[in-house]
Design a protein around this ligand. Structure first.
Ligand SMILES: *[C@@H]1O[C@H](CO)[C@@H](O)[C@H](O)[C@H]1NC(C)=O
Ligand SMILES: *[C@@H]1O[C@H](CO)[C@@H](O)[C@H](O)[C@H]1NC(C)=O
Ligand SMILES: *[C@@H]1O[C@H](CO)[C@@H](O)[C@H](O)[C@H]1NC(C)=O
Ligand SMILES: *[C@@H]1O[C@H](CO)[C@@H](O)[C@H](O)[C@H]1NC(C)=O
Ligand SMILES: *[C@@H]1O[C@H](CO)[C@@H](O)[C@H](O)[C@H]1NC(C)=O
Ligand SMILES: *[C@@H]1O[C@H](CO)[C@@H](O)[C@H](O)[C@H]1NC(C)=O
Ligand SMILES: *[C@@H]1O[C@H](CO)[C@@H](O)[C@H](O)[C@H]1NC(C)=O
Length: 921
């Protein structure tokens, strides 16, 4: 099979490529050009109905993942490369089971896409003739199946397969390929084969730098110690032909600057160290370390978003031999990090302390950028996603264990935006084998990735796996009490990964799993305690049963690293994924069901929505779907907001069971891989859902947040600021739902208080019935609950707002008698100079004035993808007739308002729909 493919290809393909980024490929009888990064799914191109993300193509194209395939590249070397002492061919991200040959000489086999493979190729290169690299791939689906079958001869490694609603493939846990490529509950199976980064030909004399990495530690005597470790690849040497050279590394603490007085550039200032080396024993690879000590006061620290600047420094390493000179740079930051697990009254605390500051981690979980290699290479999307986190007051992202170790650019951007990274190792929701081959492959994978990523100050935690402790403890896959699975678990995550991480990085904490009880698990046999305990470590908690808007539903854990609710993406996004809009864009269509992978997911979503909102049913099926999308996004946004606020309220205190002191809230999930219902806050086309807009408010450094329990209203002020907030006070505003007559507002001022630094305080409890009566919302409590919306505003002593406004819905909005009336949003033609400072660097702002003659809830502008822009507020309430916000346009583009639609809660129930207009003023 392989041989015949290769022969056919060499006959049929005549195009020649001279670079290593364009390859010719064949899968089945389809010939294609592969642009790296890319995989066999490029055989179908990406246009229109052929796009793998269209319709049911994930299933239609499955034969690709089931087939072997072949790639070929023709390239030339120049004379100098050909004459070099040593030539390496370096592959990173070969996906996955490949046999690689150069000029018909077999270089080796690959079996782990998370690994770098380095081959010596000097002896096989041709000059001036063409060189040919051939790669034959085995089907990952078939290899996984074969490995499972072989393994099962002694005992099966579970799960046997994914739920049928995923339309996925089985046994991905047996192979070291992106685990989500065989399907997940939010994504399709595209088990392709290909190359995730451009192979590199390294030709050199004497010696070259393969890698540099840095450990940064604060040591005694107020010094930072930077240990730079360099891996050299060397030409042959011997006693008679020694190889000598000098390696120098500089940490630049002050860049060159223009001096106005001397009218010259002042030189850069740096700390440096160097070493000379002599190799006489044919050392093909060698590792050298240089230590640089820097007085603490000479550098400024790297801080998470919201706590200070993200100062970064360049480390410049040069290698000089008699015939070779090169330099390589990397960036580092100076910060300390601890994961604090200290005894509380009950259990242990669990939080991050950065630069001696206790940090409440606010953020989300990121899934792969795409299942298709081609799109996963996209740097722009990564940069934007991280910036969208930074813009919404987030400070931590968890790189979830079913994807890839992210590309370098991702961590560079996380460093710049101050987004701390919780880095999982790539093991998720399964048992894993522990054959010798498997463990050895994992050992190299851990070492290579730790060395690659550890210079990034953003990376604050390594974690062994996603939910595998929970799966074992909770018997998710039928492993029962069988010792063999417990032993395998400890072998892989404790004896191997934990040890390997600690050997390669002493500057960061390691956690074996997520969720886990952390140190408490470690002291109790790793898998013997309930990882969902609120008293230890982190939890994942998904509530689908209880009313998601009821704050009393939620737990008081130490740290919530996953939680969320599903919603549907924008109609525009769905349209970009469907084949036949007339049939597909209908509630319950085959298309939409195909995209819902969570078993029972559609029913859960409908049930949750109906607890608080009415679902309209008109004769217009497209309008009904649009309304339903909108309701699903309101439901998701409010539920995640309420849940997040409940975690933030629990920041400083424990209850009588010892639960609380919550110090982290990472909702699930930031992004999407296709057009589908999912837990994401940004859809696959870059459109912010209502949730992402709400994140900016519920993650704000200071919030005022309600807790309604039956008839009682408690108000909390939560502050992540490191200074006290002196004399602030809460105003409670009661807005009557109004139409035609003027809005009525009743305001009640609470006594002023002082909020200690970095804490949550609870104000006195109010009777909801009492205050609604005081505000004359209705003659009975039942009536009052339907007539008023309560707004909470926090002000300082000079009347400045300290927190985003917050809301209490005394009754569910489905009980309100919502008026339907027109709404106008007028956007100015010219950029406004009033745009807040922090946004001005990225955006032009256009003022938008919104007016309406009645109460409008959940005012929602829909339609902006990655590049068109967005609104400074979205999904808000218009309670007093008018409001001004900004439309934020990415620079270099004209404001493009075509296709932006406006929806409000009142408008979806009325027939005909009231006028909702967005226009230039
Ligand atoms: C792909 O291979 C798997 C495993 O052998 C098999 O179960 C599945 O039916 C195959 N699908 C197609 C479309 O060939
Ligand atoms: C290596 O050295 C040889 C001469 O000894 C020279 O011809 C060649 O260009 C050098 N190659 C590189 C990559 O430096
Ligand atoms: C690659 O695997 C094949 C079996 O599939 C084996 O015959 C060959 O020796 C391996 N090549 C190398 C270089 O290890
Ligand atoms: C097949 O299974 C046996 C044990 O049953 C194991 O020793 C061997 O390593 C497995 N082969 C592969 C390729 O995993
Ligand atoms: C340079 O680095 C070496 C370790 O490689 C260390 O022993 C030495 O103290 C360092 N020199 C200075 C001046 O810090
Ligand atoms: C690194 O050092 C080399 C040699 O001094 C210099 O040419 C290069 O510009 C430096 N790079 C940076 C980014 O400082
Ligand atoms: C990255 O993704 C964006 C959004 O999908 C797309 O517009 C852009 O062309 C992509 N860039 C590359 C280099 O593929």
């Amino acid at each position: 099979m392989r041989l015949s493919l290769a022969i056919i290809l060499s006959i049929v393909l005549s195009t020649r490529a001279d670079t290593l980024d364009i390859w010719q490929g064949v899968v089945g009888n389809k010939y294609f050009t592969l642009k790296v990064p890319g995989d066999t799914y490029q055989a179908y191109g990406a246009n229109g109905a052929n796009d793998p993300l269209h319709g049911d193509n994930d299933v239609n194209y499955r034969w690709i993942g089931n087939s072997s395939s072949y790639l070929r590249n023709i390239f030339l070397v120049d004379e100098s490369q050909f004459a070099a002492d040593r030539v390496l061919l370096v592959f990173q991200g070969v996906d996955t089971f490949a046999k690689i040959s150069l000029n018909d000489h077999e270089l080796g086999n690959t079996s782990n896409m998370h690994l770098r493979y380095v081959y010596d190729v000097k002896d096989y290169l041709k000059f001036p003739e063409q060189n040919k690299i051939s790669i034959t791939f085995d089907s990952p689906v078939k290899v996984a199946e074969a490995l499972y079958n072989n393994q099962s001869k002694s005992y099966p490694v579970y799960p046997k397969c994914v739920p049928s609603s995923y339309n996925g493939e089985c046994h991905v846990n047996h192979i070291r390929k992106m685990q989500a490529s065989f399907s997940w509950d939010w994504g399709p199976a595209f088990p392709g084969s290909g190359l995730w980064s451009i192979p590199e030909l390294m030709a050199f004399n004497d010696s070259t730098i393969l890698d540099t990495t840095a450990d940064v530690e604060l040591i005694k005597d107020h010094h930072w110690q930077v240990r730079v470790t360099v891996t050299l690849m060397n030409a042959p040497s011997s006693a008679s032909k020694p190889l000598t050279g000098v390696l120098t590394t500089r940490v630049i603490h002050k860049d060159t600057t223009w001096n106005y007085k001397t009218k010259k550039y002042d030189p850069e200032e740096s700390y440096e160290n160097s070493t000379s080396f002599t190799f006489t024993n044919n050392e093909k690879t060698s590792t050298l370390s240089l230590i640089i000590l820097i007085p603490e006061a000479e550098v400024s620290r790297w801080w998470p978003n919201g706590y200070g600047d993200q100062s970064l420094y360049t480390v410049n390493t040069t290698l000089r031999t008699s015939r070779h000179y090169e330099h390589k740079t990397q960036r580092i930051g100076f910060r300390t990090v601890e994961l604090v697990q200290k005894p509380l009254e009950k259990g242990l605390s669990f939080y991050f302390r950065v630069n001696s500051v206790d940090i409440f981690a606010k953020g989300t979980n990121i899934i792969p950028i795409s299942i298709l290699a081609e799109r996963t290479g996209n740097k722009t999307v990564r940069g934007l996603l991280l910036r969208y986190m930074q813009e919404t007051n987030q400070n931590m992202v968890r790189v979830w264990g079913g994807g890839i170790y992210e590309i370098d650019h991702f961590y560079d951007m996380a460093d710049e935006y101050g987004i701390m990274v919780w880095q999982d190792f790539m093991f998720a929701c399964a048992m894993y084998p522990t054959t010798r081959e498997f463990l050895e492959s994992v050992r190299t994978e851990v070492k290579q990735n730790v060395l690659r990523l550890k210079n990034h100050p953003s990376v604050v935690l390594w974690a062994g796996n996603n939910e595998n402790e929970a799966a074992l403890y909770g018997n998710w896959y039928g492993t029962g009490k069988d010792e063999v699975y417990r032993n395998d678990y400890i072998k892989l995550y404790v004896d191997l990964i934990k040890k390997e991480v600690e050997a390669n990085d002493k500057t960061r904490p390691f956690l074996v799993s997520s969720p886990t009880n952390g140190d408490y698990s470690a002291n109790n046999g790793w898998v013997e305690t309930d990882p969902y305990s609120n008293l230890y470590g982190d939890i994942h908690y998904y509530n689908y049963v209880f009313n998601g808007w009821n704050i009393n539903t939620y737990k008081r854990p130490r740290f919530a690293s996953e939680y969320g609710f599903q919603s549907l993406p924008s109609i525009k996004t769905l349209r970009s994924g469907c084949q036949n809009p007339e049939n597909d864009l209908v509630r319950g269509s085959d298309f939409l069901q195909h995209r819902q992978h969570l078993p029972g997911g559609d029913g859960i979503m409908l049930y949750q929505i109906k607890l608080n909102l009415n679902v309209p049913d008109t004769n217009d099926s497209l309008r009904d779907l649009e309304s339903y999308i909108y309701l699903s996004q309101i439901n998701q946004a409010v539920a995640v907001k309420v849940q997040t606020e409940s975690y933030r309220q629990a920041k400083s205190t424990v209850n009588e069971m010892g639960e609380g002191r919550t110090m982290g809230a990472l909702y699930w999930q930031l992004n999407d891989v296709w057009q589908a219902p999912s837990w994401s806050s940004i859809d696959v086309d870059g459109r912010w859902k209502i949730l992402h807009n709400y994140a900016k408010d519920f993650f704000a450094p200071v919030i005022v947040t309600p807790r309604v329990t039956l008839d009682q209203l408690k108000i909390f002020i939560v502050s992540d600021l490191l200074l006290p907030i002196v004399n602030c006070s809460v105003e409670i505003r009661f807005h009557r739902i109004w139409s035609e007559s003027m809005p009525q507002v009743y305001a009640k001022q609470l006594e002023s208080v002082t909020v200690p630094p970095n804490s949550a305080i609870e104000l006195s409890t109010l009777s909801l019935e009492g205050i609604l009566a005081e505000a004359s919302c209705g003659s009975t409590f039942q009536e009052a609950k339907k007539k008023c919306i309560i707004e909470l505003i926090l002000r300082d002593s000079s009347n400045q707002q300290l927190a985003p406004p917050n809301y209490v819905y005394p009754g569910p909005p489905k009980d309100y008698d919502l008026p339907a009336c027109d709404l106008y949003a007028a956007i100015s033609r010219y950029p406004s100079f009033n745009l807040p400072e922090h946004l001005r660097q990225y955006y032009d702002g256009y003022e938008v004035t919104i007016t309406s003659g009645c109460t409008q809830l959940f005012v929602w502008f829909d339609g902006n993808g990655f590049y068109t822009g967005k609104f400074s507020e979205n999904g808000f309430h218009l309670l007093e007739g008018s409001k001004k916000i900004f439309f934020l346009e990415n620079r270099m583009m004209q404001p493009e308002i075509q296709g932006i639609t406006v929806t409000t809660l009142g408008s979806i129930y009325a027939t005909p729909k009231p006028r909702m207009e967005f226009y230039f003023n």
